[in-house]
Design a protein around this ligand. Structure first.
Ligand SMILES: [Zn+2]
Length: 141
């Protein structure tokens, strides 16, 4: 069965990455083919090291951001999201006033501004991040 390639531009840096996938085999997933170009943060790494930094583990840059967002919208105790109906589809969104503004600084620490969230909840979310991704990997503001 044919292996196909696609180009992926992570939203956490300016690398461009060629990946392979197999439309006939979902178990194949998406795999690294090669880096087409590397950003300033990953240019000193081998392709495998850079891919690991971006996508290789729960604490990697893409997954850290996406897992945190998933936690924010799905954790019932935090109560930061609402299920809203859009064009007949139920969609989970952050409540009004709650934001997910993020950026990676030069040390590749994820800084997240949550907007109108109580300091108690922010403390809880920071503790989740420290446990899930390691201390100092995420700064909640
Ligand atoms: Zn990069």
């Amino acid at each position: 069965m044919p292996i196909k390639t696609q180009t992926w531009y992570p939203d956490t840096c300016r690398c461009s990455i060629e990946q392979t996938h197999n439309p006939d085999d979902s178990g194949y997933g998406v795999q690294l083919s090669k880096f087409l170009s590397k950003c300033v943060y990953h240019e000193g790494l081998s392709d495998e090291e850079a891919y690991a930094a971006i996508y290789g583990s729960p604490a990697s840059e893409q997954k850290r951001k996406n897992l945190l967002y998933g936690h924010l919208i799905s954790d019932v105790g935090l109560n930061l999201s609402d299920s809203v109906l859009e064009e007949g589809q139920s969609v989970i969104k952050l409540k009004a006033g709650v934001t997910f503004q993020w950026n990676y600084d030069d040390s590749r620490i994820l800084n997240v501004s949550l907007g109108a969230v109580t300091s108690l909840k922010k403390t809880n979310i920071q503790a989740y991040c420290d446990l899930q991704f390691g201390i100092g990997k995420v700064i909640i503001q």
